[in-house]
Write a protein that binds this ligand. Structure first.
Ligand code: NAD
Length: 367
């Protein structure tokens, strides 16, 4: 009998959903299962106060379901704050599909996933994330209107990466203004770690500005291409964090700002596209502040992508997308000011401002 194997006094330690640290007051978590297509997905709807929960779908071969659940909750919560700080009328949500996108993704599976999204009647709107292509979003669009990031021929806003890169560039300039007194990056040494879709477009902006650019990636072919196209130097060392640099731009993986790297970092500014750069948002945010390193919060400066897909919902054009993305400069400067005034890390300043916006909207709605 089940009761023989489960020690009920231990249950509080293994609360699977509400008790997860990353649960953090999610409104709704939806588990989607379809035997025929093999679909196993989780949709997290963190908050819908400002609008429908919008966030991408990630397909990943998680080690286990706990890892998948934790990932979707963490990402969905992050979307709430990203949209709120950016001034968009969107809530936060995210979805994960458990499986290998290369071998297990089929059109049938994507459409079945779309049907689950549709069953939420617009409370959650999906988009692309890791393991997804525009063509997958087109398949989802066949069964539900609650999807963004579809192809331009079907009314989509197109590739978000150049917009994301522009926002990161704006955030970087604002951080430079705060730290160095000028937002001109001409004489600055910038390490761009990860020169994928966003990283390459960021390198282009930096190159136009005349910065000294050093690029790092695990993909040698891309290194050669980007180096040639923009005159960037390829990093050949083994410990990027110890190098002399003014600005560190993480554009590959999350959690690169951690106990180990912070002690070595010589950069005075961190501004990049990667999500969840701080391994521990409390501890590592504080360590950066103590060391006087100006950290431009990732979820604020990489919001260009969400601004781009929001345009699909609101029907505004490229000029407005660029205006909103450019405004990341002003918001980043405000965050630095707010963090000094309130003696907070920049990460928590940005979070607090986002939460204030949500709370104000809640109050308004009650009137
Ligand atoms: P991408 O997959 O196109 O590029 C990532 C690059 O990082 C690849 O070239 C890869 O080879 C490289 N890389 C992987 N591991 C590395 C390592 N250990 N060291 C150095 N390089 C490594 O992804 P992208 O779309 O450019 O996104 C980059 C980051 O920005 C991701 O963390 C993503 O979540 C985040 N982001 C992207 C967008 C967007 O619009 N694409 C929006 C918001 C946030």
């Amino acid at each position: 009998m089940v009761s023989d194997v489960i020690n009920t006094s231990e249950l509080h330690k293994v609360d699977p959903v509400f008790g997860q640290l990353s649960f953090d007051n999610h409104e709704q978590v939806v588990f989607c299962n379809d035997k025929d297509t093999g679909l196993k997905a989780i949709i997290g709807i963190h908050n819908t106060v400002l609008g429908p929960a919008l966030g991408g779908t990630r397909m990943w071969q998680y080690k286990n379901e706990w890892e998948a659940l934790n990932d979707v909750l963490r990402l969905s919560r992050g979307m709430t704050f990203k949209s709120a700080i950016t001034g968009l009328n969107l809530g936060g949500g995210k979805a994960v599909i458990i499986g290998d996108a290369k071998t297990q993704k089929t059109p049938e599976l994507m459409k079945r996933f779309g049907e689950f999204v549709h069953s939420l009647s617009g409370r959650y709107i999906t988009a692309e994330d890791i393991g997804m292509e525009t063509s997958d979003m087109d398949l989802v669009r066949d069964v539900t209107p609650y999807v963004t990031g579809i192809s331009e021929s079907r009314g989509g806003a197109g590739n978000p990466s150049p917009i994301t890169a522009y926002g990161v560039f704006m955030g970087m300039k604002a951080a430079a203004k705060y730290k160095f007194g000028s937002d001109v990056l001409e004489d600055k040494t910038v390490y761009v770690q990860g020169i994928g879709h966003v990283g390459e477009a960021l390198v282009e902006h930096l190159s136009n500005e005349g910065a000294k650019i050093i690029i790092a990636d695990i993909n040698e072919e891309r290194l050669q291409q980007v180096s040639k196209a923009y005159g960037a130097e390829i990093y050949r060392g083994s410990d990027i964090y110890s190098e002399d640099m003014d600005i560190y731009a993480p554009c590959a993986l999350g959690a690169t700002v951690n106990d180990e790297s912070i002690h070595k970092l010589k950069a005075q500014v961190i501004a990049g596209a990667a999500n969840n750069q701080l391994e521990d948002e409390i501890k590592h945010g504080a360590m950066l502040r103590d060391r006087g390193i100006a950290y431009a919060p990732d979820f604020l400066i990489n919001a260009g992508g969400i601004i781009n897909v929001y345009a699909e919902l609101e029907g505004y054009g490229k000029a407005e997308i660029m205006r909103k993305t450019e405004n990341i400069y002003n918001t980043t400067l405000e965050i630095f000011k707010h963090s000094d005034t309130h003696n907070l890390t920049t990460h928590f300043s940005a979070l607090n401002i986002a939460v204030d916006r949500i709370e104000a909207r809640k109050k308004e709605a009650k009137k």
